[in-house]
Design a protein. Structure first.
Length: 332
């Protein structure tokens, strides 16, 4: 019997630890594949004395689609941050011949993502937020699907691109404390979101570095609803709080709307600041003190990391981008 001298693209990919799409594109000369990866594949074939049995042809499951997950709860996907990330992904990948699928998930429901992956509807995934011990990340790892997270994640084997949230929030908090503010309320989101956890750590670190104690009675979590934020804002005014520090721009807008409703002056009656800036806050008067970073850059860098992974090139596991702390009229 004649010995089989062919090998499947899937087998090559498994042996070399790259995707089948990468192997196919390297062999066909289509797509941007690093020379080092091409050389590895050719060396593999020569050492084994075999030829690929589907030469110059992409595997059937190659889709030229990228899946982007957005949060489904409380209209979060409508926030400027997620919109900018989505547009960055689209603008980047369209140049390389990919189209984009958009789906929504929650921390406890990733059925839309499972549908896309199980039916091979996308070659890679961009997760626009990181959940601690997230179901979505564990699922993608089990399925061996290339993905990147815009945010931080405890597992350093996960491709992730984030801003230095901890130090940015520490710097803003410290600036406010150095103004002499002591009765400062923090309106936060739930800490299952990794970005919220990092921002809270930054808040605490500022107090630690200045030798001060956080007033735990003025720290409020799960302030992601307008009614809750409005109620707490009114209470802070009654209790004589000097400043409300908001975990993100959405909470900040809830607070500002509540203050406007009761005709409270910013910063005369109370100061306001945000751990994240956005177009919504930029358009507000008075201008809001904040931590600012380039969301478009965050999305673009994440796309570059994912493309490297899809092409079989070595990708940096974790990239941290910079920030600016901007003190404006709302804390004068």
């Amino acid at each position: 019997m004649k010995k089989d001298t062919t090998v499947s693209i899937k087998k090559i990919a498994e042996d070399l630890g790259v995707s089948a799409t990468t192997v196919s594109r390297a062999l066909s000369g289509k797509g941007r594949i690093g020379q080092a990866t091409i050389d590895r594949i050719q060396e593999y074939l020569e050492q084994k004395g075999v030829e690929p049995n589907v030469y110059a042809k992409e595997p059937e499951h190659a889709t030229h689609m990228i899946c982007v997950t957005l949060p489904a709860e409380e209209n979060a996907a409508e926030l400027p941050y997620f919109q900018k990330i989505l547009l960055s992904v689209y603008d980047f990948f369209i140049v390389y011949g990919y189209n984009v699928i958009v789906i929504k998930t929650t921390p406890t429901d990733i059925s839309a993502l499972e549908h896309v992956v199980n039916r091979h509807l996308a070659d890679g995934v961009v997760l626009t937020r990181a959940i601690a011990d997230g179901m979505d990340i564990r699922f993608l790892q089990e399925k061996n699907v290339p993905f990147v997270v815009t945010g931080s994640y405890d597992n350093r084997n996960v491709l992730q691109v984030d801003v230095d949230q901890l130090n940015g929030c520490c710097d803003l908090t410290m600036s406010l404390l150095r103004m002499g503010i002591r009765k400062m309320a923090l309106f936060a989101t739930e800490r299952s979101h990794v970005v919220s956890r990092d921002r809270y750590r930054g808040f605490e670190r500022a107090y630690e570095q200045l030798g001060l104690d956080v007033d735990r009675d003025l720290v409020f979590e799960n302030v992601g609803h307008a009614a809750i934020a409005e109620h707490l804002t009114e209470n802070m005014i009654k209790q004589g709080a000097e400043c409300i520090l908001c975990m993100d721009d959405n909470i900040c807008m809830y607070v500002l709307n509540a203050l406007r409703k009761i005709r409270a002056d910013v910063p005369g009656d109370i100061k306001v600041a945000s751990f994240f800036n956005s177009r919504m806050l930029n358009d507000y008067y008075p201008s809001i003190s904040c931590v600012e970073f380039n969301v478009e850059e965050l999305g673009t860098v994440a796309c570059k990391v994912l493309l490297d992974r899809l092409n079989g090139d070595e990708a940096l596991k974790r990239i941290v981008l910079g920030y600016n702390v901007i003190l404006k009229d709302s804390t004068k």
